[in-house]
Every structure is written in structure tokens, then in C-alpha cells.
Design a protein around this ligand. Structure first.
Ligand code: MLT
Length: 231
């Protein structure tokens, strides 16, 4: 007979499910053996699986959190809307940045990783939203690796980035991002107090192995003995 009353245990279980933060992006999460979590942010047309090998190269012991951008441009996932190449829909960018930041915070609770040890590693559109996180929601990140990034927006209020380390990898022949744009981004972040390293590679917009190796050594410097032995 139906009484209209659910057993207390079921109600409680449902309540717990509702209260538990649900990371609401399609994503991959791969637990690691160290406290660090790499937030992997793909480029236009990528997905949550694209940067897993890159994450492994950057730090084989870190946890990997890799969301898929929710915006579709001609069927290609991105992290925010753009009006043209390099011209961003700023309202959408701000909303998507907050949405991504909230996702990372919810994922930290859901999976139990250290929310203060999250390092973003983004490529192209993913690097641009990572830069936007630094400018609008810096509390989400402890450091960032930006491959082929530009200035996503200039925030109304300068963020406090005095304990933030940022690495930027630029291509000297990048047809999308001129060197002046990389410099503008570095200056914006430095003005807010970030410790910024820029590396230029003889490359275009595509990622190279030299980028990855340089970013890996910046993230976790090799032991002194090994550094001396390197040419
Ligand atoms: C962007 O839209 O974020 C940049 O133009 C990079 C790209 O995705 O091509």
C-alpha cells in the first residue's frame, strides 16, 4: 500500500545526493599520487580527452581534471563565445569563467582533491579562459601554464596575484597571436603582482614538444645535479 511517505533512509540518501556538489561539465578526472591537480583546458574543437597526454607529460604524478568547453562553434567545443577570431563576447566570457571556476570548486569537493593546489594548463582558447580565471577568479588557481594565450579581457578591478606563478609559451610565427599581444598579457598579469615567465619558441599557433618540456621544467624544476649535466 502506498502511504505517500518515503522511508526516512531514502529521503536522507536523496538529500545527500542533492547536497553533494555535482561537477556539471562533461569531464575526465584521473586521480594522481601527489596533491597537485592540473586543470586541463583544450583549444577550439577539442574535448576532455585531448590534453590528458599533455597533463601526463607536465606532471606524471598530478591528478588531472579535464572539462569539455560548453560552447559550440559550428559543432566545435570552446570555453566561451567569440564574435570573430580574437574578438570575444565579453559577457559570455565573464559568465563562463565564473561557471568554470564554480565547477573546479565543486569538483574539488566531489573528488576530494586539494583546492589550493590547482594549476591550470590551457592551450589557445583553453589558455584564454585560464587567463580569464587568473583575472576574475584567481582564488581557484595556484599557478597557470598558458600555451598560445592572448588578453581575454581587462578586468574592472585589478586582481591580487602576488602569490601567483604564470608561465606563457608563445610562438614567434603565430598568425593568431602577435608577440605584442603576449607582452600585453604578461604586463597585465605582472601589474597585478604575478610572477610571469615568457618563453618564445620558433613555432606557429600549434603546440611543440619544446613548449611542453620547458613548461614541465618550470612547473617542477629538475634536480640541481641533472640541471648541471644538461647542455
Ligand atoms: C580564442 O578564440 O580563444 C582564440 O582566438 C584562440 C582560438 O580558439 O583560436
Amino acid at each position: 500500500m502506498q502511504t505517500g511517505h518515503r522511508p526516512v533512509a531514502t529521503t536522507f540518501a536523496n538529500l545527500l545526493l542533492v547536497m553533494r556538489p555535482r561537477p556539471d561539465f562533461i569531464h575526465e578526472f584521473i586521480p594522481g599520487s601527489l596533491e597537485r591537480t592540473l586543470l586541463l583546458l583544450h583549444g577550439t574543437g577539442g574535448n576532455e580527452r585531448d590534453l590528458i597526454p599533455l597533463g601526463r607529460e607536465l606532471d606524471s604524478n598530478a591528478s588531472l581534471l579535464s572539462p569539455r568547453g560548453k560552447v559550440l562553434e559550428n559543432g566545435m567545443p570552446r570555453f566561451f563565445r567569440r564574435l570573430a577570431e580574437g574578438v570575444f563576447d565579453l559577457e559570455d566570457l565573464k559568465n563562463r569563467t565564473n561557471e568554470l571556476a564554480d565547477f573546479v570548486a565543486a569538483a574539488a569537493q566531489h573528488y576530494g582533491f586539494a583546492s589550493e593546489k590547482v594549476v591550470a594548463a590551457g592551450y589557445s582558447n583553453g589558455a584564454n579562459i585560464a587567463a580569464s580565471l587568473l583575472l576574475l577568479r584567481p582564488e581557484i588557481l595556484s599557478a597557470a601554464i598558458l600555451f598560445r594565450a592572448m588578453v581575454p579581457l581587462v578586468p574592472d578591478k585589478q586582481p591580487k596575484l602576488s602569490s601567483m606563478r604564470v608561465w606563457i609559451g608563445a610562438g614567434t610565427d603565430d598568425p593568431i597571436i602577435p608577440t605584442s599581444e603576449t607582452k600585453r598579457l604578461a604586463e597585465l598579469l605582472r601589474k597585478a603582482g604575478a610572477d610571469v615567465t615568457i618563453r618564445h619558441f620558433p613555432a606557429g599557433h600549434g603546440l611543440t614538444m619544446s613548449d611542453v618540456e620547458a613548461a614541465r621544467d618550470w612547473l617542477t624544476p629538475p634536480p640541481l645535479k641533472l640541471r648541471k649535466a644538461l647542455p
